[in-house]
Ligand binder design. Structure first.
Ligand code: HEM
Length: 115
C-alpha cells in the first residue's frame, strides 16, 4: 500500500497540479497562449482529428516554445517544494568555513527553491 500511495503522489498529483498551473498561467497570459497555439498549429497539432494526432516523442521534441512554457511554470510553481532524508550514519556537512555533524537517524528537509 505504501508503494501505491507513493506512486499516486509522485506520478499523479505532481502531473495533475502541474497541468492545472500550466492552464492557469496560459489563461492569465493570452499572448503566451497565442504563441503556444501558433507552435501547435505549425506542427499540425491544432484542429487535428484524434485518429491523425501525432503525439510521438519526435513530434513533441519539436515543440520548443511549449517546452519552455512547461519548464517556466515548473520553475515558478513547483509541485514538489522540498525533499526529506534520514541520515543512515553520522556524517560531517561542510559549507565553506562552517561545518557540523549530522547525527545518525537525523531527519533533514531540503527546500528545492533555495538550491
Ligand atoms: C511535474 C511532474 C513531476 C515532478 C515535478 C516530479 C518531481 C520529483 C522530485 C523532485 C523527486 C525527488 C524527490 C526526492 O528525492 O525527495 C521525484 C521522485 C520520484 N518521482 Fe517524480 N515528479 C514528477 C512526475 C513523476 C511521474 C509522472 C512519476 C511516475 C509515474 C514520478 C515518479 C517518481 C518516483 C518513483 C520518484 C522516486 C521517489 C523516491 O525516491 O522515493 N514522478 N519526483
Amino acid at each position: 500500500m505504501d508503494a501505491v500511495q507513493e506512486l499516486f503522489f509522485t506520478g499523479h498529483d505532481t502531473s495533475a497540479s502541474s497541468m492545472t498551473n500550466i492552464l492557469m498561467f496560459l489563461g492569465r497570459h493570452p499572448e503566451v497562449l497565442q504563441r503556444v497555439r501558433e507552435e501547435l498549429d505549425s506542427e499540425g497539432l491544432l484542429d487535428c482529428p484524434d485518429e491523425e494526432l501525432d503525439m510521438s516523442l519526435n513530434k513533441i521534441c519539436k515543440l520548443k516554445y511549449v517546452y519552455s512554457v512547461v519548464r517556466e511554470v515548473l520553475r515558478v510553481t513547483s509541485p514538489v517544494g522540498a525533499g526529506y532524508r534520514k541520515a543512515l550514519r553520522t556524517f560531517e556537512v561542510g559549507v565553506s568555513k562552517i561545518s557540523f555533524f549530522l547525527p545518525h537517524f537525523s531527519l533533514t528537509l531540503h527546500f528545492l527553491y533555495y538550491m
